[in-house]
Ligand binder design. Structure first.
Ligand SMILES: *Cc1c(COP(=O)(O)O)cnc(C)c1O
Length: 231
């Protein structure tokens, strides 16, 4: 049952937080519903889930239309092309995956047109692989300084998605790295920049991410089951 799976994850979140001496209330579960039908989102809503994460803009927009956003939050966590920003700005409560000034500027422009301030996270490629999205550790501060001057985006924190490891401990150094980057940015006290959120951890490693400071964990498979991209 979906409800049992969600409750089990919420329990694991609490235990990981307590183990790390953290307040479990600081951590929110983002249910990643990509590729999964609207019915499953509704089932999760009935089980009390309140935040949903989507990766593909067309799919997400269709699902949001079907499910609505009454009482829930939609987050965009996938790679976003600048030219698709108009579909995302003002539609999602939080965009986790901003990794270039070009994209931040485009979101800013589209948010301004709609008269909203779009909350964003800056995605950092902590594991340094070419294939992963995210700005580099070297470039992140400059990107944040520049994006902070845009009036219709609000920076709320950082996101990372390390390479896959069979052993969740493999991801720990990258989660820790993101927290250290967050602390460094906080110490710069850049006007308009909040470093409240650390979006990190997925089905296989969210507990480790919580021990390293995650405030948003993005869990798909453990809630909705394995994804099949071809049917
Ligand atoms: C798919 C996805 C997730 C969820 O992954 P699971 O292993 O299914 O929990 C989390 N974050 C991002 C960015 C994703 O694309």
């Amino acid at each position: 049952m979906m409800k049992d799976r969600i409750q089990k994850i919420e329990q694991q979140i609490r235990e990981a937080a307590e183990k790390a001496g953290r307040n479990p209330e600081e951590i929110r579960l983002v249910a990643v519903s990509k590729i999964k039908p609207a019915e499953m989102v509704k089932e999760a809503m009935d089980a009390g889930q309140r935040i949903f994460g989507e990766n593909y803009i067309q799919e997400a927009v269709a699902k949001i239309e079907e499910v609505g956003s009454e009482g829930i939050e939609w987050h965009f966590i996938g790679h976003l092309q600048s030219k698709k920003s108009k579909y995302a700005a003002g539609v999602f409560d939080l965009i986790h995956s901003v990794d270039s000034l070009k994209l931040a500027k485009e979101i800013n422009k589209q948010a301004a047109k709609k008269g909203v301030v779009q909350k964003i996270l800056i995605q950092v490629n902590t594991s340094g692989e070419d294939s992963k999205s995210g700005t580099t550790e070297e470039a992140v501060i400059e990107l944040i300084r520049e994006a902070a001057t845009l009036e219709n985006v609000a920076i709320k924190g950082l996101m990372t998605m390390p390479a896959f490891f069979d052993d969740p401990e493999g991801a720990r150094p990258y989660f820790r790295q993101l927290r250290l980057i967050k602390e460094r940015i906080e110490s710069l006290a850049i006007p308009g920049v909040e470093m409240k959120e650390l979006s990190m951890g997925m089905s296989g490693d969210f507990e480790v991410a919580i021990e390293e400071g995650a405030t948003l964990v993005r869990v798909g498979t453990a809630i909705f089951g394995a994804r099949s991209y071809h049917s």
